[in-house]
Design a binder for this molecule. Sequence first.
Ligand SMILES: CC(C)(COP(=O)(O)OP(=O)(O)OC[C@H]1O[C@@H](n2cnc3c(N)ncnc32)[C@H](O)[C@@H]1OP(=O)(O)O)[C@@H](O)C(=O)NCCC(=O)NCCS
Length: 135
Amino acid sequence: MKIRNFRLNDYAQVLHIWRATNLDQEGASLDSIAKQISWDSELILVAEEDEKVIGVIMGSIDGNRAYFYRLSVLPEFQRRGIGHQLVSELENRFRAKGVTEVVIMVNQNSRQALSFYRSLGYQVEQLVTLSKSIG
Ligand SMILES: CC(C)(COP(=O)(O)OP(=O)(O)OC[C@H]1O[C@@H](n2cnc3c(N)ncnc32)[C@H](O)[C@@H]1OP(=O)(O)O)[C@@H](O)C(=O)NCCC(=O)NCCS
């Protein structure tokens, strides 16, 4: 298994992974991803095994703070440490770019995701999320 930068021709395989793990694809069109990698090509990573894309993570940086989202590993490849390695590699890249804090949003009812992030050293903060649709 290797982790490398996302390439635009990975998009169909990445969409397949998001669908297979029921992740929201809103805001992750090919166009929006192409725009993002034109700013920084090192913050969307994929895990690849035998030339097949089996995991993905998207990150972004705002000053000293970074975010990541749409982390997903194909169900048949889960629990092999791939999610862990994707997050660790992205954290290394964040660190190299001067980031000092990583913030993520997780559904508070998702015990699996919370257990995964706790295993990586993330702590739950006492914040609530507010949102408003303006579309
Ligand atoms: C969350 C996800 C990316 C984890 O990927 P993964 O490759 O299976 O994770 P890892 O194998 O690196 O797991 C590392 C540790 O996290 C914890 N963990 C991972 N999945 C877990 C689960 N389903 N239930 C409980 N703990 C879990 C365990 O402590 C695990 O270590 P262990 O296998 O030695 O017990 C994967 O389950 C996934 O794609 N889920 C669907 C999409 C999703 O929920 N994404 C996160 C959105 S916030």
